[in-house]
Design a protein around this ligand. Structure first.
Ligand code: TRP
Length: 325
């Protein structure tokens, strides 16, 4: 029974790479762990300064998680900004974090190299993420490879803090899921909102069809052998098909008895059927945002109790709490 924590940014409509890389695993963890799962709207704010968009994506991400099976009674499920202690801790940690540590962040440097004009929030993003993790004393943090350094920075910050003040924070371990290979988007690059190549989880049937038909393949004719290992379409197919169907398809690729058109048609049906059981719940929630807001408020209250315990200790040892000692 470990304490597992991870967050997802409400930076757009959630897609099938978000699902397989993060959401599905988190929902599975709620069974045998103490799960902390949250929507990191403060992080999304580093790249989104439009109120209505941030608000809508936040609510939609919550609806997606709930529809897909996240159980707010078993897990801690909340929106990051609903627990204000996280920004308090961010400040305290900032004062214990050297500038050099943040200057070495790959993620920050990559974004700047891609031409993004950074705001201060983007630079201090790893401190906010450290506060997310340390505030709740998380033991395991499942993240993608691109976020591993952020968990290492969190550890560095925690070690320094603990050295100064005693055992305040649990040291978290990153858990990188190597078995989820990179999930390709419709253009063959990594599926990502910023590349415009996503297939959304609750895509309507018409646009699902359109997107799947658009998936880029090579132009090997139907009757020629094809290599499944380098095929985007096959990479997506294997996420949705049953293991024996995947094997059959692999053989048909190799012996040239299937064309890409046929695989695409089958894939449309597979994706639709895979998410079908969750669709009704998703529609119910969309029709009753008040209920979603109630669930999130309750989630924040439950989570906040944990946050306050850590923050009290932090205030005590750092001298922010100056009375009644
Ligand atoms: N930075 C993470 C991402 O973009 C999201 C995140 C914010 C997070 N806080 C976290 C992940 C704490 C794990 C733990 O994917």
């Amino acid at each position: 029974m470990a304490r597992i924590l991870s967050g997802i940014q409400p930076s757009g409509t959630l897609h099938i790479a978000n699902y397989f890389a993060m959401m599905k695993r988190m929902i599975e963890y709620q069974n045998d762990n103490e799960l902390f799962c949250f929507i990191v709207n403060y992080h999304a704010m580093t790249s989104n300064q439009e109120g209505d968009r941030l608000r809508n994506y936040t609510l939609e991400a919550a609806m997606d998680f709930l529809a897909l099976g996240l159980d707010p009674d078993r897990a801690y499920f909340w929106v990051q900004s609903d627990v204000p202690e996280v920004t308090e801790l961010t400040w305290v940690l900032s004062c214990h974090t050297s500038l050099g540590l943040l200057e070495r962040s790959h993620s920050y440097k990559d974004k700047v190299a891609r031409g993004i004009v950074p705001n201060t929030g983007l630079f201090t993003y790893p401190v906010l993420m450290a506060a997310d993790i340390l505030l709740y004393q998380a033991e395991i943090v499942p993240v993608g490879r691109d976020q591993k350094q952020h968990v290492e920075i969190t550890r560095d910050i925690a070690i320094r803090f603990n050295n100064l003040y005693g055992d305040i924070f649990t040291l978290p371990e990153p858990r990188i899921s190597d078995d989820v290979a990179v999930i390709p988007g419709t253009d063959g690059q990594k599926m990502s909102k910023s590349y415009g190549n996503t297939i959304d989880i609750f895509e309507d049937e018409k646009s699902l069809k359109k997107k799947v038909m658009k998936i880029v393949t090579d132009s090997t004719p139907v009757e020629e052998p094809k290599n499944p290992e380098v095929c985007n379409l096959f990479a997506l197919y294997r996420l949705f098909a049953a293991p024996d169907a995947v094997e059959t398809m692999r053989v048909r690729y190799l012996n040239g008895s299937v064309g890409y058109g046929e695989v695409k048609k089958e894939l449309v049906g597979l994706i639709r059927d895979y998410f079908a059981p969750f669709r009704k719940k998703r529609e119910e929630l969309a029709g009753d945002p008040g209920e979603v807001i109630r669930i999130l408020a309750k989630g924040a209250e439950k989570t906040r109790a944990v946050a306050v315990t850590t923050m009290d200790r932090v205030k005590e040892v750092t001298g922010l709490k100056y009375a009644g000692k």
